[in-house]
Design a protein. Structure first.
Length: 105
């Protein structure tokens, strides 16, 4: 007999397979493999630009460096090209703690 948790979030069919695919794309684009923790979530979005759903990809490179990629589209519509472009853009930005200190005059 199997038990189905009635309180578990409901995901559209095939969502868990899509999550794994997006995680694989992220790890391949970064080049860190399983050393990086990646979480993928689809959340409700009320902005007109995202069509009711938004996809978040959280990348935990280290305890001090958590990156979040946002896609204004449902998980099913996120492509490998979207992931690569978002990671390229994120890598061009330095975290505040890595930016050079400003001179105070």
């Amino acid at each position: 007999m199997s038990f189905r948790n009635p309180f578990a979030p409901r995901r559209p069919g095939g969502a868990s397979g899509r999550v794994g695919l997006v995680k694989d794309w992220v790890r391949a684009a970064i080049g860190f493999g399983d050393a990086v923790t990646v979480a993928v979530s689809q959340i409700a979005c009320r902005h007109s630009t995202c069509g009711g759903a938004e996809t978040l990809v959280m990348i935990d490179v280290s305890n001090a460096d958590l990156r979040v990629l946002r896609f204004a589209k449902p998980l099913a519509d996120v492509t490998e090209d979207d992931v690569r472009a978002a990671i390229d853009a994120a890598l061009r930005q330095q975290p505040a703690w890595q930016q050079p200190a400003r001179k105070v005059s």
